[in-house]
Design a protein around this ligand. Structure first.
Ligand SMILES: NC(=O)c1ccc[n+]([C@@H]2O[C@H](COP(=O)([O-])OP(=O)(O)OC[C@H]3O[C@@H](n4cnc5c(N)ncnc54)[C@H](OP(=O)(O)O)[C@@H]3O)[C@@H](O)[C@H]2O)c1
Length: 367
């Protein structure tokens, strides 16, 4: 039998145009499933890798969000059968990466698409849903009980949490998940046009991150709930990780006892059409932290070191949160193009131009 192949969008070099290559289609073994991919999303990580070469060696297939139909299953798969419509987050190597027509990956990275949701809608969920749980558990030390007891009140329910960059995909999901677990004082930053939406999701107060008085506004909001208790903001989720655009201000908000969970990489210089980006993986030198502040770099790629998350997070918790309306699909732009090459390229260009509270979703079939 001749080896099967499929089309894949391949990064052949830093800031080089993508190419379409034929890649081997891998027959699933063990608990792997082979997915006929229908949709993916392009996310900032794709830009960090394509333009900044972050933690990769081309040639490399990018992307981590796959939505599609199970085509074949390995002998140990119990979660799915051929024909199931699934969505999930899988990124390792060139076999699991999402920007191709078929991927082979472990079944526990996926969930069945709940009734009532389109494939495009669910493409907006997995990457940052998993990021938020990882951030809470690994970096902030917050419990994420599942199932959540009916009368559950988290241990730090009344401590303000700052979500910087709440209009981002990470930020929107952070607000919804934290609200669900009972955190009462979610203080956020975003552009003014998103304030109403983010309050609807559960933010108590939202401030414009471009306002030169934003730090004072955040500290005043914290004082309204906490009086003179220090630190004013005990926990921060920096959904942006930009040295100039978020960390500089957060370093003024954070005080002894504050934990700051920062989405890596730290962006020293943003990618654009004419600028090569610069990144750092070192959060300790990314800002002038006051004595006693704990900056932490979020690394969701290691989330499945947590055995409970490996068993439940993608397969069970993610679809339940979606079908119960605890998290909403994000607003998305369906990226157009005649071919996979055009769609993937257009999505990357859109990331370079900058996006505002929307996910870039595109069809993965070659034509
Ligand atoms: N290390 C990890 O485990 C991990 C996991 C997931 C994501 N990440 C990283 O986290 C970052 C965010 O990812 P994402 O997918 O959530 O991004 P995204 O949805 O593409 O973020 C876009 C949003 O960023 C906001 N923004 C841009 N600059 C800002 C600033 N200086 N202050 C506040 N908000 C700002 C914009 O807000 P407005 O529209 O309000 O202007 C925009 O809506 C990326 O760098 C990604 O690679 C890391």
């Amino acid at each position: 039998m001749s080896a099967r192949t499929h089309s894949a969008l391949v990064l052949v070099g830093q800031r080089e145009p993508f190419e379409i290559h034929q890649r081997p289609t891998i027959t699933p073994e063990g608990s792997d499933i082979l997915i006929d991919s229908k949709f993916t999303a392009s996310t900032p990580l794709d830009l960090h890798r394509a333009d900044g070469g972050l933690l990769i060696e081309p040639p490399q297939v990018l992307g981590a969000v796959t939505v599609g139909v199970v085509e074949e299953i390995g002998p140990n798969v119990t979660l799915f059968k051929p024909g199931d419509r699934v969505f999930g987050w899988a990124h390792e190597g060139n076999v699991q990466a999402a920007h191709q027509e078929r991927i082979t990956a472990p079944d526990w990275k996926f969930a069945r698409i709940p009734n009532g949701f389109t494939m495009e809608e669910v493409a907006t969920i997995p990457e940052n849903f998993i990021t938020v749980f990882n951030t809470m558990a690994t970096d902030l030390g917050l419990p994420t009980p599942w199932p959540k007891p009916a009368d559950y009140v988290p241990p730090r329910a009344d401590e303000p949490i700052l979500i910087w960059g709440a209009a981002s995909s990470v930020g929107q999901q952070a607000i919804q998940v934290l609200k669900h677990y009972g955190y009462r004082h979610l203080i956020a930053t975003a552009s003014p046009s998103h304030h109403g939406y983010l309050k609807g999701l559960g933010a108590e107060e939202v401030f414009d991150y471009r306002d030169e008085k934003v730090v004072e506004a955040i500290l005043n909001a914290a004082a309204r709930v906490r009086g003179a208790q220090q630190p004013a903001i005990p926990m921060v989720i920096d959904c942006i990780g930009s040295q100039e655009g978020s960390l500089k201000a957060i370093a003024r908000v954070a005080d002894r006892g504050t934990t700051v969970a920062i989405m890596l990489p730290v962006i020293l210089k943003h990618a654009s059409n004419d600028q090569v980006p610069e990144y750092s993986m070192d959060v300790t030198t990314a800002a002038r932290w006051k004595e006693g502040v704990e900056p932490r770099g979020v690394r969701t790629h290691f989330v499945y070191r947590n055995e409970f998350f490996k068993e439940k997070l993608a397969t069970e918790i993610m679809p339940a949160f979606l079908s119960e309306g605890i998290v909403l699909p994000q607003r998305y732009r369906l990226v157009e193009g005649e071919t996979m090459l055009e769609r993937g390229t257009n999505a990357l260009n859109a990331l370079r131009d900058g996006i505002s509270r929307e996910k870039l979703v595109w069809r993965t079939s070659q034509q």
